[in-house]
Design a protein around this ligand. Structure first.
Ligand SMILES: CC(C)(COP(=O)(O)OP(=O)(O)OC[C@H]1O[C@@H](n2cnc3c(N)ncnc32)[C@H](O)[C@@H]1OP(=O)(O)O)[C@@H](O)C(=O)NCCC(=O)NCCS
Length: 434
């Protein structure tokens, strides 16, 4: 199971104390291993007809340290960027999806709710809310033209979607204007018709028109070539429901009552001075976050406006808490998580799995595991069923300490038109994509 997929629901998680504290087995999942396995099983076939034509790291170059780091292709003069959209099959037409419009936002919501990422067993499908989509797609400086839909000409039904948003991404010492490409979705009835490559080429063209030549994206599938391979981990908050819906199962030595006891949390948070983030906290949070993210090889560079957009709490979209020192009133730490439910498919008792996803966290005075334990307590109080986190940044130690269980499958991170000399460890990555 692919892990962006498994993050919409994982049935591999054993509710068993041992499985929750198993050390990470890094060896099996190193990029070179994965690529070698892949190459070994496909020696004579051309496997990526589309991606092999794109300026991305190719599998054949993995391990070739003579290739330079940085852009793979130089920018072309804007006048040479194709001015008209790519051709679609004749029954379809391009549309710009205006997320300000309730009607269009609802069309996008319906397309994704019925056709976006599922887990391998088809038990769960991501159910991004409309408010979430508006938040995720309209950060400061966003381009409406990068919210791209495909409609059936005759009926005007929306049948495919892809988006970009602008981001300043630092790769080592270079700050590069990039796009984050996300929400690629083709209606189930139109799959395997090579529509996805056209969508990707079209969003790329529109990104080029803004004089931006690089992009970051994630996928649950292995494409040429990830910059790193991460894992989702899941902290059970509502054991009984997770078992009932097939997200988790009881391990051999576990009973329901032991699981409930194992995952029980204190009724109140521990950190003195913890409170919801407010507008006045933006400059302090920006400083903390910029300082923290400077530790990673690849990370976004956020300014105040972006921190306000991405971190100021929004009901049922994003939650952020700061720690204000009672003595100095200085903001010393913060944590944040976003709300991304999944539809539970075909279960008679439940229709929605309420999942929180850890976003950006910074600790300077409070231990990180204590901050995240408080985040778990708040998430539990808000009736989330599960709290998810990737093993990126400095998350790994708290995952083990706080009884997260490892999900199955991987989430791969990619850069378009930018080569890294070597793949990164997940802990070298400071970027979260929605
Ligand atoms: C992902 C999705 C749009 C692909 O469409 P499709 O109809 O299955 O595939 P198409 O025939 O149009 O295109 C196949 C090409 O797209 C590539 N592709 C498939 N999924 C991709 C992804 N997530 N990101 C980038 N490229 C992808 C394939 O590798 C292939 O290119 P290749 O021959 O170079 O390998 C479609 O399966 C879908 O909507 N899935 C559910 C939502 C989802 O998983 N979205 C991606 C989230 S990361």
């Amino acid at each position: 199971m692919a892990d962006k997929d498994s993050s919409s629901g994982s049935n591999s998680q054993n509710l068993d104390q041992d499985s929750a504290v198993n050390p990470l087995s890094n060896f099996q999942n190193t990029l070179e291993n994965i690529v070698q396995k892949f190459q070994g099983s496909n020696l004579n076939n051309q496997q990526h007809k589309f991606w092999e034509t794109q300026p991305v790291g190719q599998f054949k170059d993995v391990g070739n340290s003579s290739l330079p780091e940085g852009p793979i292709e130089p920018p072309t003069p804007l006048s040479e960027v194709k001015q008209e959209p790519y051709n679609l099959p004749s029954l379809y037409e391009w549309t710009v999806c205006d997320m300000d419009s309730d009607e269009v936002c609802n069309e996008v919501y319906v397309l994704l709710t019925n056709n976006y990422v599922e887990d391998d067993d088809n038990l769960f499908r991501f159910n991004y809310s409309k408010e979430f989509l508006r938040w995720g797609l309209r950060p400061p400086g966003y381009f409406r033209s990068w919210h791209i839909g495909v409609r059936v000409k005759a009926s005007k039904k929306l049948v495919a979607f892809i988006t970009g948003i602008p981001v300043k991404l630092r790769v080592r010492d270079e700050v590069v204007r990039m796009a984050e490409v996300n929400f690629l979705c083709v209606h189930k009835k139109l799959r395997s018709k090579r529509l996805a490559p056209v969508m990707i080429k079209e969003v790329t063209r529109r990104i080029h028109l803004e004089n931006i030549w690089q992009a970051a994206y994630t996928a649950g599938v292995l494409l040429p070539t990830p910059i790193t391979t991460c894992q989702y981990w899941h902290r059970t908050l509502h054991p009984k429901k997770l078992i009932d819906v097939g997200f988790s199962r009881l391990g051999e030595r576990m009973t329901m009552s032991r699981a409930i006891k194992l995952y029980r949390l204190p009724s109140s948070t521990a950190t003195i001075g913890l409170r919801k983030m407010e507008l006045r906290d933006v400059p302090a949070v920006t400083r903390l976050l910029r300082n923290y993210l400077s530790r990673f090889v690849v990370a976004p560079l956020f300014d105040d406006d972006e921190v306000e957009h991405w971190l100021l709490p929004q009901e049922d979209v994003v939650d952020s808490y700061v720690v204000e020192s009672p003595d100095t009133h200085e903001i010393t730490d913060f944590f944040s998580f976003y709300t991304l439910p999944s539809s539970i498919l075909n279960n008679p008792n439940y229709s929605t799995l309420k999942a929180a996803y850890t976003f950006y966290n910074v600790s300077t005075a409070t231990p990180l595991h204590q901050l995240i334990q408080d985040a778990l307590i708040i998430a539990k109080q808000k009736d989330f069923d599960v709290y998810n986190a990737l093993d990126i940044m400095e998350n790994e130690p708290f995952l083990k300490e706080l009884k997260f269980g490892r999900g199955d499958g991987q989430l791969y991170y990619y850069l378009y038109n930018y080569r890294l000399k070597d793949a990164l460890q997940p802990s070298e990555l400071g970027l979260v994509l929605l």
